[in-house]
Each structure stands twice: as structure tokens, then as C-alpha cells.
Design a protein around this ligand. Sequence first.
Ligand code: HEC
Ligand code: HEC
Ligand code: HEC
Ligand code: HEC
Ligand code: HEC
Ligand code: HEC
Ligand code: HEC
Ligand code: HEC
Length: 415
Amino acid sequence: MKPLYALAGILFCIPYSSLSAQECVECHRKVTPGIVRDWEQSKHSKDTECYKCHGIRHKSEKDVDKVLTVTADTCANCHEKQVRQFKKSKHAFAWGTMKAMPTTHWKPMELIDGMKGCGGCHKIGLKSEEEIKRLKKAGSGFGYASCDACHTRHTFSVKEARQPEACSTCHMGFDHPQWEMWKTSKHGVRYQLKRLGKLPKDSIAPTCQTCHMPKKNHDIHTAWGFLAVRTNGLAPYPGESKEWWADRVTMLKGLGVLTPEGKPTPRLDVVAKAQVARLSAKEWDQERAKMLKVCTQCHSSHFAKSELAKGDQMIRQVDKLMAKAIKVVAGLYKDGILKKPETYAFAYPDLLTFHDAPTPIEMRLFTMHLKHRMRAFQGTFHNNPDYALWYGWNEMVQDLREIQEMARQMRKEKQ
Ligand code: HEC
Ligand code: HEC
Ligand code: HEC
Ligand code: HEC
Ligand code: HEC
Ligand code: HEC
Ligand code: HEC
Ligand code: HEC
């Protein structure tokens, strides 16, 4: 605990805690009995009373609006280290990256600010004071604490956070089915058999946390990240082939980070600030070294290196297909078969429009990118042959054929 906070705590708690800390609990035993029961079973029940997170200004049903907003900074009063690490992690950017997508604000606000869709997962990200004010005004009551994403209130249990299920609500489904991939990989199956008592208690079986939170570190990052785009400044990552770099440049145009002529756009700043791509070889190498250290707790370094390299090479393969497909659609814009939509900055396909893409051929391109490309390389890294092949690579091959055919038809109709 920070000394200053402890001092302030003592000053304002002594006259207060003996009386009212108990009052919160007594009244809430009637109002929200489940919450009190969870808190009583938590480590916080010893001396982290309700008011230490929610404040002291609310005392009855008449002043519920005076309850303090709980944020990661509230937790930082006593868990400075975890909050410091978390603030550097990719998770901390989650609210901002969601908001930065060009068509997020087209969707029903229930799904975004209401946190029932995109916002339901991306609420793990930090929000500024102004953003919280804006959200409250818009009627969004909760979802500002970030830290309760893995150890949920009011048990705030470390045991809960250590289970792979703690990650599953968000890391599943359409574009990031890591839960499904891990669960049916040999790593996940061993873990489940261990839990069932079929494998010895001390047998080895890595969970999400083993690989992504080594040493309990709340600063979660990977080498490639979600989009799997790396550069070294505006140059290729050292040692990459010319062909791969050319494909990546096409991908960066499709992401709207480069203009169709290859010049940086304002989106590059957004991408750099929120770490959406790895823009220096050093950063990438650091994360890869960390991961390799994790694998070698169990595997030989020779084995682990070659397994990880297969993931890298799979990205090269999927980029080749992706660049081909982007060029097919870009050609339609170039030849005037498709007209630049008003919302577009360039006459070029924009992968970041998600399902709000303006034409069926571009929706198909989006699915190829976000659903199938992701599955192909994520499945490779998570040792899930079915995702890598059937749900990933093969779907991409099919997407490309059909995009080529759709383009052919569109050109024919224009003649
Ligand atoms: C005399 C009863 C009473 C006391 C004492 C009391 N509360 Fe409440 N509290 C309520 C009621 C009633 C609500 C509203 C419940 C509802 O919306 O169903 C509430 C709501 C809350 C909420 C949820 C706010 C929201 O927006 O949903 C929090 C958090 C809370 N109280 C914390 C505290 C804390 C901390 C204390 C002690 C400092 C405290 N309460 C003392 C009755 C009380
Ligand atoms: C360690 C911090 C912490 C402590 C201690 C704590 N809470 Fe909370 N509480 C939270 C967080 C975080 C939220 C979610 C806030 C958000 O999403 O904006 C919350 C939300 C709530 C809510 C509204 C959400 C709901 O599910 O209804 C109530 C009511 C509440 N707390 C009551 C209590 C009571 C009563 C106590 C004491 C027995 C207590 N809290 C102790 C952190 C705490
Ligand atoms: C006023 C101080 C204080 C605040 C504020 C506080 N905690 Fe704690 N927390 C503690 C103490 C004390 C422990 C018990 C440490 C121990 O016994 O090892 C603890 C333990 C924990 C643990 C470990 C529980 C376990 O099962 O071992 C977690 C997780 C945790 N807190 C999360 C949070 C989160 C998240 C918040 C903010 C929503 C928060 N805490 C706010 C004081 C605080
Ligand atoms: C992505 C999931 C996740 C999020 C988000 C998260 N934690 Fe944790 N936390 C964990 C895991 C997993 C552990 C257990 C690490 C271990 O013991 O191997 C843990 C452990 C802890 C502990 C116990 C540390 C110890 O040494 O025993 C505290 C305290 C804690 N977290 C606080 C926080 C706070 C505060 C936040 C918000 C900044 C937060 N956590 C956000 C997953 C998370
Ligand atoms: C055996 C170690 C291991 C386990 C277990 C594991 N991962 Fe991964 N994960 C990796 C590797 C390796 C990468 C690729 C790292 C890189 O970019 O170099 C990765 C990448 C990721 C990424 C970035 C996108 C991607 O998929 O390539 C996310 C998100 C992720 N993992 C989440 C999870 C979740 C959630 C779980 C549990 C359901 C999990 N991982 C289990 C090793 C693991
Ligand atoms: C509440 C939802 C939620 C939970 C729970 C959650 N995550 Fe995440 N995670 C996200 C989001 C959203 C992102 C993307 C962040 C962004 O937009 O910048 C992400 C990103 C990641 C990444 C990618 C990092 C990179 O370099 O791009 C990894 C790895 C990861 N999470 C691991 C985990 C693990 C392990 C757990 C469980 C211990 C977990 N997450 C729990 C929502 C969640
Ligand atoms: C089921 C939970 C969930 C939903 C719903 C969701 N996301 Fe995500 N999002 C994640 C996770 C988890 C990641 C990180 C995955 C990874 O690294 O493999 C992520 C990654 C992202 C990224 C990439 C961040 C980066 O820096 O790499 C963006 C942008 C994004 N989501 C925007 C959105 C938008 C916009 C929506 C709604 C249309 C949405 N998400 C819906 C969980 C979700
Ligand atoms: C906690 C120990 C542990 C860690 C950490 C770990 N593994 Fe494993 N791994 C295992 C075990 C146990 C098996 C199953 C037995 C076997 O096939 O060797 C396995 C199997 C594998 C397999 C074979 C899967 C199959 O279907 O045949 C690959 C590939 C693999 N691991 C790669 C990795 C990589 C890459 C990392 C680091 C990102 C990693 N592992 C981290 C324990 C671990």
C-alpha cells in the first residue's frame, strides 16, 4: 500500500469505518445479499471494506448517484504494481482501438457504449476521465474498472483469474477463437485431463496464463499481435523476402495505413499509438524472446524455435493470398467498376469497415481477412490443425476464387 494513501486512509477511516463500514454491509445484506456474500468470502473482507472502493458519500437509497466510480486507479491505491503493468499492456488500449475503427459509430450504441457487443469485450481497456463522463451522460452505468475482467467482483479471486476460462468470454468466436483452439489442442486437452485427475497433478500442461502472463506479469503483449503486421520503421523486418514485403505493403494499403500510392496516412499515427502493428524489429524480437523462454520451460529450444517459425511462415503464406485478393478489388476501383464511396478516403478497398463494407465483394474480402486469415495463423500458433487448415487456409483459398469470380462478373456486367 502507498504510504500516503495509508495515512489518508487512517485519517478519514478511523471516525468512519467503525460505524459506517458496517452500515454499508448491514443495509446491503438486504439490498444486494449476493454481493455481500461474495465480498465476505474474499480476501478483501479483512480490511478492504465497501467504501474503500465505492466511497462514503452514498449512505441510503436517496443518494445512490453519489457512489464513486471504480476504475483501475481505485485498485492502484493498494495494488500499484499490477496496475502499472496493466497500463502498459495491450489490454489497456482496448477501448481506444475499438473507438478508432471508422464505422464503429454506425452501429447501435447499445453494442458499443452500452457494452453489449464490441464494448462488452473492449471495456477491458482504460477510459479517460472525460470519456467516463461522456459515457455516464449517455446513460452507460458500469464497465469502468478494467481489473474486474479476469478476477470478477466481488470475490476478486486470484484463483479465478488463473483459470483459462477467465479469458474465454472475450477470446472466442469470429476473429479470435483462441479459446476454442487451445481447448482442443494437445495443450488444452492435457490441461483438462489433469483437472479430471486422469493425468498426475504435477504433470505439465500450459494454459493461456502460462504462455501470456509469465511471472504473473499483467503487461500482456505478443510479437505479432492481432493483425500480424510488422515493419521496421517504413522498411521491412530484417531478412524478410522482397515478395513478402510487397504483399505487406498491399495489406497496409488495404488497412488504410498507406495511400494507394504507398504514402503514410493519418491512420498510421493511430496504429502506432495503440500498438496495432509492430513497427520496430526490436519490439518484435523482445516479445518473441519472452515467448521462447516460456516454451523452453517444457520443450527444447530447438523444438520451440522451429514450431514458432512455422507460425511466422504461415503468416507469409496467408499474406500472399490476401494481397492477391486486395489487388483484385483495388483493380475494380482503378478501372471505375466500383466508385469511391463518400465515406472512403481513397478509391481502394478498406478492410477496417468490417461488416459495414459497401459492396458484397468487399464484405467477402473483409471476412477473408478478419475471420479466415486470423484462424489460419492463430491456429498454427495455438497448435490446432483443424483451425489452421479447414477453418483458416482452405476458407481463404475459397474466398480468393470467389472474389476473382465476382470481379469477373462485375466487369462483364459493365461492358
Ligand atoms: C440504508 C441502506 C443503504 C446503506 C447504508 C448503503 N447503501 Fe448502497 N445502496 C442502497 C440502495 C437501496 C441502493 C440501490 C439499489 C438498487 O438500485 O436496487 C444502493 C446502491 C449501491 C451501489 C450501486 C450503485 C448503482 O449505481 O447501482 C453501490 C456500489 C453501493 N450502494 C455501495 C454502498 C456503500 C459503499 C455503502 C457504505 C458507504 C452503502 N452502499 C451504504 C442502500 C444502502
Ligand atoms: C475492491 C473494490 C470493491 C469493493 C471492496 C467493493 N466493490 Fe462493489 N464494485 C466494485 C467494482 C469494480 C464494481 C463495478 C463498477 C463498474 O463496473 O463500473 C462494483 C459494483 C458494485 C455494485 C453495482 C453492480 C451490481 O452488480 O449491482 C454494487 C451494488 C456494489 N458494488 C456493492 C458493493 C458492496 C455492498 C460492497 C461491500 C460489501 C462492495 N461493493 C465492495 C468494486 C468493489
Ligand atoms: C484499500 C486497499 C485495497 C483496494 C482499494 C483494493 N484491494 Fe485488492 N487486496 C487488498 C488486500 C489487503 C488484499 C489481500 C492481500 C493478501 O492477503 O495477500 C487484496 C487482494 C486482492 C487480490 C488477490 C485475491 C486472492 O484471491 O488472493 C486481488 C485479485 C485483488 N485484491 C484485486 C483488486 C482489484 C481488482 C481492486 C480494484 C477494483 C482492488 N483489489 C482494490 C487491498 C485492496
Ligand atoms: C487478463 C486477465 C487479468 C486482468 C485484466 C487483471 N488480472 Fe490480476 N491477475 C491475473 C492472473 C492470471 C493472476 C495470477 C497470476 C499468478 O499467480 O500466476 C493475477 C493476480 C493478481 C493479483 C495477486 C498477485 C499476487 O502476487 O498474488 C492481484 C493483486 C491482481 N491480480 C490485481 C489486479 C489488478 C489491480 C488489475 C487491474 C489493473 C488486474 N489484476 C487485472 C489476471 C488478470
Ligand atoms: C503454449 C503457449 C500458448 C498457450 C497455452 C496459449 N497461447 Fe496464445 N499465443 C501463443 C503464441 C506462441 C502466440 C503467437 C505469438 C507471437 O506473435 O509470436 C500466441 C498468440 C496469441 C494472441 C495474439 C493473436 C494470435 O492468436 O496469434 C492471443 C490473443 C492469444 N494468443 C490468446 C490466448 C488465449 C486466450 C489462450 C487460452 C485460451 C492462449 N492464447 C493460449 C502461445 C500460447
Ligand atoms: C473482457 C475481455 C477480455 C478478457 C477477459 C481477456 N482479454 Fe485479452 N484482449 C481483449 C481485447 C479487447 C484485446 C485487444 C486489445 C486492443 O484492442 O488493443 C485483447 C488482447 C489480448 C492479447 C493480444 C496482445 C497483443 O499483442 O496484441 C493477448 C495475448 C491476450 N489478450 C491475452 C489474454 C489472456 C491470457 C486473458 C486471460 C487471462 C485475457 N486476454 C482476457 C479482451 C479480453
Ligand atoms: C467477444 C469479444 C469481442 C467483441 C464482441 C469484439 N472484440 Fe475486438 N477484439 C477482441 C479481442 C479478444 C481482440 C484481440 C484478439 C487477438 O489479438 O487475437 C480484439 C481485437 C480488436 C482490434 C485490434 C486491436 C489491435 O490493436 O490489434 C480491434 C480494432 C477491434 N478488436 C475492434 C472491435 C470492434 C470495432 C468490434 C465490434 C464491431 C469488436 N472489436 C468486437 C474481443 C472482441
Ligand atoms: C507447461 C509446459 C509446456 C509449455 C510451456 C509449452 N508446452 Fe507445448 N506441449 C506440452 C506438452 C505436455 C505437450 C504434449 C506432449 C507432447 O506432444 O510433447 C505439448 C505439445 C506441444 C506440441 C505438439 C502438439 C501436437 O498436437 O502434437 C507443440 C507443437 C508444442 N507443444 C509447442 C509449444 C510451443 C511453441 C510452446 C511455447 C509457445 C509450448 N509448446 C509451450 C507442454 C508445454
